[in-house]
Design a protein around this ligand. Structure first.
Ligand SMILES: *Cc1c(COP(=O)(O)O)cnc(C)c1O
Length: 456
């Protein structure tokens, strides 16, 4: 074992390929269905919103997908991201466990999301697209795509969930700094937005509504496409650079994780971190536990239903089988905008169903207490979303303390919290509460699931 606290790789060691777990799964994930006919869709159905290269990645079963040279060149600005041993946190917890974390907060946009934004902007530019349209909740995906579009000289429009648009002016300004046009959603610029506003002029918006607006807008212009920051297979694929680097860095550390932990909103940073490790296991390598940590207030993996559902509120997207809280699900105000989505990446859901990963929910106050403890020990202030991963890692470390086992824990620090200090202010002022979503509301939203014929 290596005594260092920091495990760095050189530029040359940025992976040349992304890892596609679909190649190694014994049971393939369920097919994607057309929202109108409930029949399986083909690549052509996705062509109005995605370019061919991205659709090819979405349906690929090849294990190693080449990372384009231009994308790797840009990755060099902050990749390989550092992997640390959290020695001071270990001491603070008085645990025999060894805790490591990968810091994705070092990207210029502040989170892992830039890994996919760069790739998506690259493929769209190569296909002659002029404008990329997307939605954003907390603003992390929007700012990543805004920066990526600017690098490839593409225009960028972002529908930002209205509650965040009002509460997070700094994220909005960051997107504008990178050159994006930002619109509060629901807006009167789309039919989907106007319909919501007609029902509720004061709607705070949701990711599901913002997705409907962005998808609708992307199909209206000939030179524009849609971009999604999580959930879909190609986004998860782009994030696997995280886990592939981490495998090499754990080798440098002379250690092997017994458990790998990440937070789950749509599932992309979790997949990015754990899929390469699970893949190694599926290929006969070392076994480990993969732990997904979600907020109690938006518990898709732990309390949702594994069923076909829409990705958006207006039901424009294809139907995918995933752990879902129902596309009408409205999470209450809690401070992890990036974890408020009603569904889960189909590949992450599938991997959990196959018993290859576990999921837990944590309360908001535990997540913030964990983030503060981490910041005091390691100096880095995590994003509120990443606090859930920290909380999961701390639970594991305390379990080791109780049992006296010296296991190795690795977690993904998906982003820094410098734009989220108002959430910390609320936490210190005692204004945050624990809120588990009520069972009745989950049941109500689930009653609206689409009626898929049983054999599918
Ligand atoms: C968006 C975001 C998440 C959640 O999204 P995933 O697709 O589940 O990774 C987590 N952490 C940070 C910092 C984010 O910006």
């Amino acid at each position: 074992m290596n005594d260092s606290i920091k495990f760095l790789l050189s530029e040359k060691e940025i992976p040349h390929t992304w890892y596609n777990i679909a190649a190694d799964l014994k049971t393939p994930p369920p097919t994607v269905l057309h929202p109108g006919t409930f029949e399986p869709i083909g690549p052509a159905d996705l062509a109005p919103i995605f370019t061919d290269a991205i659709i090819a990645q979405e349906v690929s079963t090849e294990r190693d997908i080449p990372i384009p040279g231009e994308v790797r060149e840009i990755y060099k600005q902050w990749r390989p991201s550092p992997l640390y041993r959290a020695r001071r946190l270990e001491k603070a917890l008085d645990t025999p466990a060894r805790i490591y974390y990968k810091n994705e907060g070092v990207s210029p946009a502040g989170s892992h999301k830039l890994n996919s934004a760069i790739a998506q902007a690259y493929y769209n530019k190569a296909a002659g697209v002029k404008l990329l349209i997307t939605e954003t909740g907390a603003g992390q995906w929007g700012s990543s795509l805004a920066l990526a579009c600017n690098m490839f000289n593409l225009a960028c429009e972002v529908y930002m969930v209205k509650v965040s648009y009002n509460q997070k002016p700094y994220r909005r300004a960051l997107m504008q700094t990178y050159g994006a046009k930002v619109t509060a959603s629901p807006s009167d610029q789309t039919a989907a937005g106007r319909e919501i506003l007609a029902q509720d002029p004061n709607s705070n918006g949701s990711l599901g509504i913002a997705i409907s607006e962005a998808v609708e807008e992307a199909t209206q212009h000939p030179d524009s496409k849609y971009a999604l920051g999580s959930v879909l297979n190609h986004v998860l694929l782009h994030q696997t650079v995280i886990g592939m680097e981490a495998i090499k860095q754990m080798e440098l550390a002379g250690d092997e994780p017994d458990v790998v932990v990440a937070c789950t909103g749509g599932g992309s940073n979790f997949a990015g971190m754990v899929f390469p490790f699970i893949g190694r296991q599926l290929q006969g390598g070392r076994k480990l536990r993969a732990l997904a940590v979600e907020p109690d207030a938006c518990p898709s993996l732990t309390r949702g239903k594994y069923a076909y559902d829409f990705g958006d509120t207006a039901h424009l997207t294809p139907l995918v089988k995933m752990h879902t809280l129902g596309s009408t699900f409205m999470p209450r105000g809690f401070h992890s905008g990036g974890l408020r989505y009603h569904g889960m990446a189909p590949l992450v859901s599938h991997v959990v169903e196959q018993g290859l990963a576990e999921a837990i929910g944590v309360p908001q106050l535990e997540a913030f207490a964990a983030g503060v403890q981490f910041a005091r020990a390691e100096g880095i202030v995590p994003a509120p979303e990443a606090n859930h991963a920290v909380a999961g890692a701390i639970r594991e470390a305390l379990r080791c303390k109780e049992s006296g086992k010296s296991e190795t824990i690795l977690f993904n620090l998906s982003g820094h919290g410098h734009f989220d200090m108002p959430a910390y202010i609320d936490y210190f002022a005692g204004n945050l509460i624990d809120y588990a979503h009520p069972e009745e509301e989950i049941a109500m939203a689930l009653a609206g699931l689409p009626p898929i014929p049983a054999q599918k």
